[in-house]
Design a protein around this ligand. Structure first.
Ligand code: FES
Length: 135
């Protein structure tokens, strides 16, 4: 659970699994950017009222979710227009989902802590068409 407020110094955050991924001013409103944490691709979005972080790889056909359009707390995958809820990671109308990560703004810094949910294999990976990405 993301604390309502973190009063510890940023260096203390790092000791608790939080990773500084950038500055909020580098994230345009209603856009996403990709970062890599411990080998895991994570898409971080700046919303009208906060931030969101999910796995960056679409579970359908591995589309780059950080490049999708953001509206109504969802991102639309740029490859086939499936929508993913940024709060739950659920693909709207499908069984697929991506992991949702904790994200917090500390001053102008954006911090992410990975969830322990394994990265969801893409449809192609499930079909055995390629090896799962290293986590
Ligand atoms: S790859 Fe994302 S909807 Fe197809």
């Amino acid at each position: 659970m993301i604390p309502a407020e973190i009063s510890a110094a940023a260096t203390d955050l790092a000791s608790d699994g939080w990773v500084k991924v950038g500055r909020v001013q580098d994230l345009p409103v209603l856009e996403g950017r990709r970062t890599t944490i411990e080998g895991r691709r994570v898409a971080v979005f700046r919303l009208l009222d906060g931030l969101a972080a999910i796995d960056a790889t679409c579970p359908h056909k591995a589309g780059p979710l950080q490049d999708g359009l953001v509206a109504d707390n969802c991102v639309t995958c740029p490859l086939h227009d499936r929508r993913i809820d940024l709060s739950t990671g659920q693909m709207i109308g499908y069984d697929d989902a991506v992991a949702v990560h904790e994200v917090h703004q500390h001053g102008d810094e954006v911090w992410v802590r990975l969830s322990q949910v394994p990265q969801t294999p893409t449809e192609a990976e499930r079909a055995g068409l390629q090896a799962p990405a290293a986590v």
